[in-house]
Design a protein around this ligand. Structure first.
Ligand SMILES: [Zn+2]
Length: 231
């Protein structure tokens, strides 16, 4: 059985300092109003706004609809591979690794062996998830994007510690169909949602690394797609 403190220790040993979750502005505003990251199932059960994700059907099929995935790398910023927008969205919640040491009672942390997008229907649980701390320690590296920590919280909500949230927000250098600047609009919506949720939020504009192709990627997005993620 994996303990959250084991995973904390393993991640800390390989130099990881934060966990992450990327989302659209709509879903991120729901998190801020709720005071924490919530599972897809929690948002659905409580009829909260969340935008569709490409993995939703898989998450339901594989029984991880109530799981909160918190990759230990910032996918947009990842070293050594193509740096580009995170396909889950331009709003990145950054959590201190210590969140793993203060999980609510009954919470469960696991680490995927492969991203659920690459799971097979017939394989056993042991092919999808590391089964013990030794396996995790032997296989997890700081730039691994498919082996990622995932948290299940009985309530479905992982509260922001001390009601404080840190966000890195992409500037796509685009306008919404309303004519508003996408970044300015997104930031204003996030701040408004944080005020509603009584969350103290810090929002930093993403500073891309050399070689990041996000500006050219965002330039190719259709107007409805920009609205979908930033509106
Ligand atoms: Zn970038």
């Amino acid at each position: 059985m994996l303990q959250a403190s084991d995973i904390y220790g393993i991640l800390k040993n390989i130099g990881v300092t934060h966990l992450h979750q990327a989302n659209s502005v709509i879903t991120s505003c729901t998190y801020l109003r709720q005071g924490g990251l919530v599972s897809r199932k929690f948002a659905e059960d409580h009829k909260l706004q969340q935008s569709a994700q490409p993995t939703d059907e898989l998450d339901k099929k594989y029984g991880i609809w109530h799981t909160i995935f918190v990759p230990h790398i910032d996918i947009h910023d990842r070293q050594g591979q193509t740096k580009a927008p995170n396909l889950f969205g331009p709003v990145l919640f950054v959590l201190d690794l210590e969140v793993l040491l203060r999980l609510p009672a009954g919470a469960n942390v696991r680490v995927t062996k492969r991203s659920p997008a690459y799971w097979f229907d017939t394989e056993p649980d042991s092919a999808r998830w590391f089964q013990n701390a030794e396996e995790v320690a032997q296989n997890l590296s700081p730039d691994e994007i498919h082996k990622m920590p995932a948290i299940q919280v009985p309530s479905g909500k992982l509260e922001f510690p001390n009601r404080r949230a840190r966000i890195i927000l992409d500037d796509p250098q685009r306008q919404l169909q309303s004519g508003e600047n996408a970044y300015t609009h997104a930031e204003a919506r996030l701040r408004e949602a944080a005020a509603q949720g009584k969350v103290e939020v810090s929002i930093e504009q993403r500073k891309c690394q050399m070689g990041c192709i996000c500006a050219s990627k965002y330039a190719t997005w259709s107007a409805p797609v920009v609205d979908f993620y930033f509106g």
